[in-house]
Design a protein around this ligand. Structure first.
Ligand code: FMN
Length: 333
């Protein structure tokens, strides 16, 4: 109980960006001294699930951006998460946007972040993956995004290079075209860019699949701020090009907090549910739907599974409620 609250206490006392790091570092220390068992969840009776040709130990994962540099995914897996999405990685290291760039609202349980893909770059990221993967028994997603300085017309080159680098290290690859914190990135989901980007990405996957012994799933991370019309186009094009899954959804810029960035947590629960429902109503079952956004309680997770989410990703709920939320989530399975 005390340990469950450890992360939360740190969250309260320090500025948000520092407290996240401290919480993860504390977990790492517990892991190193073999004490993480006190936080681990009971996996008895939890059934594995087959999706996108992969066996997920359970349906509950960690969303992109918590383990930006692939330093902690094995520890998150040891706590009980069935899958972890590391990154988002860019080709070169990036510092991200000026601080303060993470604002948390404790009572409302929301976060607004404008981090801007701060990460060590894909080369260092892969080194970390190679180091930590032997201690990992889950499914590893690697999230990729375009660099800040890459022009939107050249964005596809970044994604194709990134896929080349991460292909053999990932169980699946998440193509992030929905962060609000890299200028113009969201234009990639508009039809002009989207069709051509997604065709190139999927061709690249086919090319790599031929040379390797496995076809790695490609999933797209979608913005909650798409118009219904464009969202529908994205889903149709994804089915046409054999995209394996959609992550519905990233943070939203539709808020009145008076600070820059995308909001997550309670505030985006309804829109995330609505988008999941919409996607499920038009997509076929070959497209795996991964629900992310505003999953703060056991009831939220029950609702998403009822709306036919195949997999669940936690972020802000885990920041505020720690392993309690993970434990409750796994009880539902
Ligand atoms: C501080 C912070 C950093 C994030 N960084 C990333 C990122 O690098 N890549 C990504 O795909 N999503 C990122 N996200 C979005 C989350 O993965 C998640 O999709 C979003 O927060 C909605 O889920 P939630 O309401 O449960 O937090 C970030 C979110 C937060 C709060």
């Amino acid at each position: 109980m005390f340990l469950n609250k450890l992360g939360l206490s740190l969250v309260r006392f320090f500025p948000p960006e520092i407290s996240s790091k401290l919480s993860l570092r504390s977990l790492e220390i517990l892991y190193r001294i073999g004490m993480h068992g006190a936080l681990s969840t009971n996996q008895e009776g939890v059934e594995s699930i087959q999706k996108m040709g992969l066996t997920f130990p359970n349906r509950i994962g960690i969303a992109g951006g918590l383990d930006k540099n692939a330093e902690y995914f094995h520890i998150l897996n040891a706590l009980g998460f069935g899958f972890v999405e590391v990154g988002t990685f860019t080709l070169k290291p990036q510092k991200g946007n000026p601080k303060p760039r993470v604002h948390r609202y404790m009572k409302e349980e929301n976060i607004v972040n404008s981090l801007g893909f701060n990460n060590v770059g894909v080369y260092e990221g892969i080194k970390n993956i190679e180091k930590n993967k032997p201690s990992f028994e889950g499914i590893l997603g690697i999230s990729i995004g375009k660099s800040k300085e890459t022009k939107i017309e050249d964005a596809f080159k970044d994604y194709l290079h990134l896929i080349d680098y991460v292909y053999q290290h990932a169980d699946y690859i998440a193509v992030n075209i929905s962060s609000p914190n890299t200028e113009n990135l969201r234009n990639l989901s508009l039809s002009d860019y989207f069709s051509s980007l997604i065709e190139k990405v999927m061709n690249k996957r086919e090319q790599l699949a031929k040379g390797a012994d496995t076809r790695k799933p490609i999933v797209l991370k979608i913005s909650p701020d798409e118009s219904e019309e464009n969202f529908e186009k994205i889903i149709e094009k994804s089915m046409e090009t054999n995209v394996d899954g959609l992550i519905i959804n990233n943070t939203s810029i539709n808020h009145l907090k008076g600070v820059k960035g995308g909001i997550s947590g309670n505030y985006i629960r309804n829109i995330s549910e609505k988008n999941l429902k919409f996607a499920r109503s038009i997509c076929d079952e070959n497209l795996t739907l991964i629900s992310s956004g505003g999953l703060m309680t056991k009831k939220d997770i029950e609702n998403r599974l009822r709306l036919s989410a195949d997999l669940i990703q936690l972020y802000t709920g885990f920041i505020f409620r720690g392993t309690d939320l993970l434990k409750e989530s796994l009880e539902i399975q």
